[in-house]
Design a protein around this ligand. Structure first.
Ligand SMILES: Nc1nc(=O)c2c([nH]1)NC[C@@H]1CN(c3ccc(C(=O)N[C@@H](CCC(=O)O)C(=O)O)cc3)CN21
Ligand SMILES: CC(C)C(=O)C(=O)O
Ligand SMILES: [Mg+2]
Length: 271
């Protein structure tokens, strides 16, 4: 099937729901692509769900580039979006362009940056450099210290106004889509109605052009999942049970079985 491009995602608005999911490595990129998702987000959530870090703040460009390259080797049909980690795009426009460029060189086909109106200059510079940009507003986890935690957004009027303004500014700056995280559903709906680019929501209700979830939450690998995540499987159980079975079979001599080993010529190299 034909590779999904930024243009294809733009065309899906109002026609077909966009399915985005995170993946951080080659095998899972293969699997989620085979399942038919539209966008693979190589999220900085990797820091938490793969590296065991307490937040996304310590995630580095080097970590992200390794994950992006690993996902890209799966050659997915889905669009690959690289999540720009904290401090890779805020200090200066020059740094933002250089770091976003490195994402593309590692195999990303677009980048995502957190922030609204304050990021307009950065978005414009990236687009000018030929780098497609996905915005990310509402709850922006890289600013949880400033926001006072992973709290719901857009309940109070001034906050709702700011988030709507952020979306409009990002659209104007050239973002090709916007993630809206943990924001009141009616505000996400209004944004979806008022901007021409697709909105992709997480914890912000059903009235968006698409949805995104963290793969390890959905599969039941990560323990502390956000209230808005849905667990579609219990992979923790499957992994624990499988490894327990293996350990048991090693300990009681059931594994390895005859088909798992061979002999030398002394024994006539019997199969
Ligand atoms: N595994 C994982 N999944 C995610 O969706 C995710 C991450 N990690 N890391 C980055 C951010 C952080 N996210 C989170 C994490 C926790 C809550 C949370 O538990 N919030 C409060 C609710 C507070 C309120 O209602 O205002 C809670 O106590 O449930 C929300 C979003 C979403 N993102
Ligand atoms: C939850 C999504 C939007 C994200 O930014 C991530 O996985 O890092
Ligand atoms: Mg992220």
């Amino acid at each position: 099937m034909k590779k999904i491009t930024v243009k294809d995602i733009l065309k899906m608005k109002g026609k077909k729901k966009i399915v985005m999911i995170t993946a951080y490595d080659y095998p899972f990129a293969k699997l989620v692509d085979e399942a038919g998702v539209d966008i693979i987000l190589v999220g900085d959530s990797a820091g938490m769900v793969v590296h065991g870090l307490p937040s996304t703040i310590p995630v580095t460009m080097d970590m992200m580039l390794t994950h992006v390259a690993s996902v890209a080797r799966a050659k997915p049909r889905a669009l690959i979006v690289g999540d720009m980690p904290f401090l890779s795009y805020e200090a200066s426009i020059e740094e933002a362009v250089r770091n976003a460029g490195l994402m593309l060189k590692s195999g990303a086909e677009a980048v995502k940056i957190e922030g609204g109106s304050e990021m307009v200059d950065v978005v414009k510079a990236l687009v000018r450099a030929g780098i497609p940009v996905m915005g990310h507003i509402g709850l922006t986890p890289q600013r949880y210290l400033l926001l006072g935690g992973y709290r719901r957004r857009g309940v109070k009027e001034y906050e709702a106004e700011k988030i709507i303004e952020d979306a409009k500014e990002l659209e104007k700056a050239g973002a090709f889509s916007i993630v809206i995280e943990f924001t009141a559903a009616d505000i996400a709906e209004e944004i979806t109605r008022e901007v021409s680019v697709p909105t992709i929501c997480i914890g912000s209700g059903p009235y968006c052009d698409g949805q995104v979830l963290v793969l390890h939450d959905l599969l039941g690998i990560y323990e502390e999942i956000p209230p808005f995540a849905k667990k579609y499987a219990d992979l923790r159980r499957i992994v624990i049970d499988s490894v327990k079975k293996y350990a048991e079979e090693v300990r009681n001599g059931v594994f390895p079985e005859r088909k798992h080993y061979f002999f030398s010529k002394r024994r006539g190299a019997e199969k």
